[in-house]
Design a protein around this ligand. Structure first.
Ligand code: AMP
Ligand code: MG
Length: 511
């Protein structure tokens, strides 16, 4: 046992001995005390490294020496409060599974403050699983090792796929026991994002001020003004909504959300818990729980075992996001004023989403230009993939190689049961790209269709090994997923079909 393990469970002390070289600032705290509670993290017993993202650490200007040090381990486990940080839990509300849930808030996440990234942009640093907060409700403020590994790997995988996401800097495991369905151990993931503000933050202050007796929506307005100033300054000069920055904000969030949904659908990502408190106002993928990258293509796939109604099924995600944007619109309505303006701001979702999705699908197909009939060709392909339950990622990767060889390569048709239909489709597709250079087309498709995605069975294997103290598999997956479009010779097993046991994995909200 080392000195820090002895200290676990005792009062938290600031590390006076080692002055922080880090330039912390506190953008969120500047919103004022109505928006958060100051909370100190609760220590973990026997903290140990499970994984670190050297790439993200470098982007945040953390030196290798410091990031790998005992001081960093103690800081990111929540056992020591780093000088310069001001840990806080923010308050928000939200709609969960379509129902108003009232106040939620950071029940197990603590924001430490902001650090500048390589571009000088402020990134918020958050500990997830660092103990109880005033918003923990009946929870224990903890996150288990398995869900922390899932969040860490998927955050970094999404970023490397070019999909906006909160990032993950490291995971620290511990000997602290937490009860879920069985006893498990607690871990802390350090998350990073320009802002963790959710639709639910706006809903919270809108609802509260509708039912309180304070000045009319002063906090809601302040929150919106600050989000606009920091993240959407263009809304102050909107040509579509002159003089109404709040309508412009709603439109900007709608567009970012639409683009995010297009990316999720194109890559085959199912989030699983699209409650409004898990929707980022910056259009980031946020709060990784029972997410899944599709194995066999099934539009109706439900990845969350707790989602008995299939509200968050894969094909419903774009409509759910639109529904969630209506909740945001409702929350912003006191600021926007005119109902018509809010409706107009939301309307952009209906054009941006299909356009963005088509663009991604054309890139996946390697099409260098756009024709009206492409839509029908894409549609008929998706029907074939669904009809035969074809592995989504493998299909696109094989198609990318196929275009370089075309005839004499059965790798694509072998994936289908209905060979006649896929043959006819491939013929039509070959004609469509006949004028393009095959090598170039294949090359660009290989940059749009990843070889490696974080399939459930891959992360499950890494979790089982990590539970027995072997973190090597987490590191291997991180290395593959950091460059998912590369071939990584020798690692083909990680890009092959899921084993039979993968379909019996049940991932629920429990985390
Ligand atoms: P989620 O479904 O993970 O987005 O969580 C919904 C709400 O429950 C948020 O307010 C979380 O902070 C809170 N929550 C989830 N798990 C816990 C936990 N173990 N302890 C405290 N709060 C939690
Ligand atoms: Mg959440």
């Amino acid at each position: 046992m080392n000195a820090y393990q002895d200290a676990a469970g005792s009062a938290i002390q600031a590390t006076a001995a080692a002055p922080s070289p880090l330039p912390w600032s506190h953008g969120f705290a500047e919103l004022g005390p109505a928006f958060f509670s100051a909370v100190e993290p609760q220590p973990l017993s026997a903290p140990r490294w499970v994984a670190r993202s050297a790439r993200l650490a470098a982007a945040l200007g953390l030196s290798d020496d410091w990031f790998e040090s005992e001081q960093s381990l103690q800081a990111f486990s929540g056992n020591r409060v780093l000088p310069g940080t001001r840990p806080l839990a923010s308050v928000y509300s939200g709609h969960q599974f379509g129902v108003w849930a009232g106040q939620l808030g950071d029940g197990r996440a603590l924001l430490l403050g902001d650090l500048p990234d390589a571009q000088g942009e402020r990134q918020e640093i958050q500990l997830k699983g660092a103990g109880l907060t005033p918003y923990s409700r009946s929870g224990d403020g903890r996150a288990v090792l398995r869900s922390s590994i899932r969040e860490f790997l998927c955050s970094e995988a999404m970023a490397a796929l070019g999909i906006p996401s909160s990032r993950a800097l490291c995971i620290i495991g511990s000997a602290t026991g937490v009860r879920r369905e069985t006893m498990e151990t607690a871990a802390v993931v350090t998350r990073v994002a320009p802002s963790f503000i959710r639709f639910g933050h706006f809903e919270h202050f809108s609802y509260q001020e509708q039912h309180g007796d304070g000045p009319a929506h002063a906090q809601l307005r302040w929150l919106a003004d600050q989000v606009i100033a920091r993240h959407y300054p263009q809304c102050l000069h909107s040509e579509v909504f002159p003089g109404n920055p709040y309508a412009a904000l709603l439109q900007a969030v709608s567009e970012r959300t639409a683009r995010l949904m297009a990316q999720w659908q194109a890559v085959g990502f199912c989030h699983g818990v699209m409650n409004t408190d898990n929707m980022s106002v910056l259009g980031l993928t946020l709060d990784y729980g029972p997410f899944q990258f599709l194995d066999a293509f099934d539009p109706a796939h439900i990845c969350n075992h707790s989602d008995t109604q299939g509200r968050y099924a894969f094909q419903r995600q774009p409509n759910v996001a639109y529904w969630n944007l209506h909740c945001l619109a409702q929350a912003l309505l006191p600021l926007i004023g005119e109902h018509d303006q809010a409706i107009a701001a939301l309307a952009s979702y209906k054009t941006v989403f299909p356009e963005a999705l088509q663009q991604h699908m054309r890139a996946k197909l390697g099409l260098s230009d756009a024709l009206a009939e492409d839509l029908e060709m894409i549609d008929s392909l998706m029907k074939l993939l669904a009809q035969d339950g074809v592995d989504y990622t493998i299909f696109w990767r094989r198609l990318s190689h196929w275009v370089a060889a075309m005839n004499g390569n059965d790798s694509v048709r072998d994936l289908f049961i209905d060979r006649a239909s896929i043959d006819a489709w491939l013929q039509r597709y070959a004609l469509r790209i006949a004028a393009q250079d095959p090598t170039q087309t294949s090359g660009s498709m290989l940059g749009s269709n990843p070889k490696f995605v974080l399939r459930n069975h891959l992360v499950e294997t890494a979790i089982q090994k990590a539970k027995s103290g072997d973190h090597g598999e987490v590191a291997t997956l991180l290395a593959l997923l950091e460059s998912p479009f590369d071939e990584h010779p020798g690692y083909d097993d990680y890009a092959s079909f899921p084993p039979a046991w993968a379909s019996s994995l049940e991932i629920s909200c429990s985390s």
